[in-house]
Ligand binder design. Structure first.
Ligand SMILES: C[S@@+](CC[C@H](N)C(=O)[O-])C[C@H]1O[C@@H](n2cnc3c(N)ncnc32)[C@H](O)[C@@H]1O
Length: 259
């Protein structure tokens, strides 16, 4: 299943995931990103990867200078369709495993489980791109699913269902390989004369592993939060704390990778 993600983020993904994602949820996440990254009007921010721009739009609406990066043509096309005259919002098609031509950003974020698709070396390369893109002392936010959360929810059942806003029923199934630390997710959907399935494979890191990988590229851990919120991350409850958002700082006294 290597490189599954190169074709996964297509028009079906946009329809189904957008259909399960009310705008107020993205707005609340963007508010959390704004606070955690200490943004203000004029801040230079990198959304990496940006998908169809649901967070980038909100931050640019508050007058941050946002550059959204993604490799999926359908996602970027949708993002550009919804740019709505925001002149300080730009999008670029680029593979985040390779450093960007621009740098000096005040902050960068990678949210909604946008890592773990390929081998660990891909994630290190993406983190390194983010580190090189921000100025020394600049902040980086990483929000993702994680191994403890997956195991906690998976142990209560490997199947769940969602209904998109157009009535499409989506069934999610998952399995886990504890040695590889990878989960396979299958989504099967049907509704309104359409049906299909999508399969994805994710490396699920523990918080400890993530902090270690980020440190290897020169990003120093500052704090851990419950997803894109200011609330501290605590491993408790039936979802083992829920999503984790790690706040990091570019620290040039750490060795880091080269770009
Ligand atoms: C789950 S989506 C999240 C997008 C966005 N952060 C959001 O919250 O809507 C993951 C995105 O990562 C992009 N992506 C994955 N690997 C990438 C890479 N190496 N370079 C650029 N984009 C990548 C995919 O194209 C996809 O749009």
């Amino acid at each position: 299943m290597s490189d599954w993600w190169q074709n996964f983020f297509d028009s079906d993904y946009i329809r189904l995931w957008h259909g399960c994602d009310p705008p107020e949820k993205a707005a609340a996440e963007a508010e959390g990103i704004w606070q955690l990254l200490r943004l203000s009007a004029g801040s230079r921010v990198l959304d990496a990867p940006c998908g169809y721009g649901r967070h980038a739009r909100v931050l640019a609406g508050r007058c941050a200078e946002v550059l959204g990066i993604d490799l999926s043509a359908p996602m970027l096309e949708r993002a550009r369709q919804e740019i709505g005259g925001l002149t300080h919002l730009r999008y670029l098609c680029h593979d985040l495993r390779t450093p960007l031509a621009e740098d000096g950003f005040d902050a960068a974020y990678n949210v909604f489980s946008s890592i773990g698709y390929g081998p660990e070396s891909d994630d290190l390369a993406i983190f390194n791109t983010m580190r090189l893109a921000v100025r020394p002392g600049g902040l980086v936010l990483l929000d993702t699913n994680h191994r403890d959360m997956f195991i906690a929810t998976h142990s209560r059942g490997a199947k769940s269902t969602m209904i998109a806003n157009d009535g499409t029923l989506i069934v999610q199934e998952s399995s886990f390989d504890p040695i590889e630390g990878r989960a396979v997710f299958k989504w099967i959907w049907s509704g309104k004369g359409t049906g299909g399935q999508k399969v994805a494979s994710f490396r699920l890191y523990s918080a400890t592993e993530l902090v270690g990988l980020l440190r290897r590229v020169g990003l120093r851990f500052l704090s851990a939060h419950r997803g894109c919120t200011a609330a501290p991350f605590k491993t408790e409850g039936e979802d083992a704390g829920g999503r984790i958002a790690l706040l990091l700082e570019r620290d040039d006294s750490l060795p880091g990778l080269t770009g």
